[in-house]
Design a protein around this ligand. Sequence first.
Ligand SMILES: Cc1cc2nc3c(=O)[nH]c(=O)nc-3n(C[C@H](O)[C@H](O)[C@H](O)COP(=O)(O)OP(=O)(O)OC[C@H]3O[C@@H](n4cnc5c(N)ncnc54)[C@H](O)[C@@H]3O)c2cc1C
Length: 388
Amino acid sequence: MSDLEAFRAEAREWLEANCPASMRTPMKGEADFCWGGRNFIFQSDDQKLWLERMGAKGWTVPTWPAEYGGGGLSKDEGKVLADEMRRIKARVPLVSFGIWMLGPALLKFGTHEQKLEHLPKIARGEIRWCQGYSEPNAGSDLASLATKAEDKGDHYIVNGQKIWTSYADKADWIFCLIRTDTTVKHEGISFVLFDMQTPGVSTKPIKLISGSSPFCETFFDDVKVLKENLVGEENKGWTIAKYLLTHERSNIGDMGVPTPLSMLAKQKLGDKDGQLPDSMLRHQIAEHEIDAASFMFTLERAKDAAKAGGDQGAFSSVLKGYGTELNKERHELIVKVNGSDAFEWEGQFSNNGEVARSWLRTKGNSIEGGTTEVQLNIIAKRILGLPS
Ligand SMILES: Cc1cc2nc3c(=O)[nH]c(=O)nc-3n(C[C@H](O)[C@H](O)[C@H](O)COP(=O)(O)OP(=O)(O)OC[C@H]3O[C@@H](n4cnc5c(N)ncnc54)[C@H](O)[C@@H]3O)c2cc1C
């Protein structure tokens, strides 16, 4: 038996023994996500147990080094573990900006001490992170950010405002871009980390069209940030910010493997043989599913290429741009399949308006992490080599 096959057998046995039955059922929506953190209220004992078991084994972040709380697995072992989790329909034990975004940036740019301090807490789901990038006048043109840091020797005093900070009111720590030099644009930005309980930090939720408040305005009034929490060098934060964005974009583009649309449509509209009588809808769903399958193969190929050679770089804009447009199309079709039921907003029948709220939520997919127009600009310049 090859080493990889031996690992498969070991992973299969461990997952069978340790993944609770209720964690092998599909998640119905965001309410089922486990975000971890100091204040997270677990939905069930099983959800907590599943996080604890996976966190202790380092399998929330299977390929991170064991020394920093990861599983220490090779890329191929990581793929085998993902296969085996899919086989038993195991839920992702932890959904985390720490895993998707900050972790990769710290692994590349952090000091050994910073990695030891923060990565294991991310892996175990003990600390929940939010992202302090956008400001009222700095979204697509992020480098215009104005949140200002005054140098006070061993610390900075930070003043300013962020906006659209997802889950800022629920997060424990923030990774944040601040301006440490006002005389230059990109070269005056630094990347810092601080606790959201630091005096002077406050948040104000903003309501989305879907009815929930997943993000906030975030204010900093004389916030003290120790220089030991500066990642990389002062004024060199833009490089880290861009690297982190490639991870954010690849992750936003990768919507996982959702229930096939054809199955949802058959359940709702199928005749007694499970056929869809509406030929137009059949055609649209088939076309979408072919596109979704092709995109999934492209994602796999991109992940393999990144594992072999390093970063996704500008290709993350292809994944982000196409993946999010595809997800929006999927939800348009789900609305179509559900007909007028899709517009029920509350009540048990619709699981509290799950279809309508999810459809509305997808509108933000092509904005968050950089808009589709901005991704197209990046593709044009950095992949196709077109002039500005
Ligand atoms: C659901 C959601 C969650 C988010 N979470 C976070 C978060 O956690 N942390 C965080 O920091 N930010 C977050 N954001 C903010 C997000 O990153 C910004 O909204 C995004 O970068 C766009 O910036 P903006 O909103 O200022 O729009 P603008 O930059 O003002 O853009 C307005 C319009 O102009 C277009 N445009 C702008 N520049 C160009 C150009 N050069 N060429 C062509 N078109 C252009 C854009 O495509 C867009 O259509 C989130 C946003 C959403 C919707």
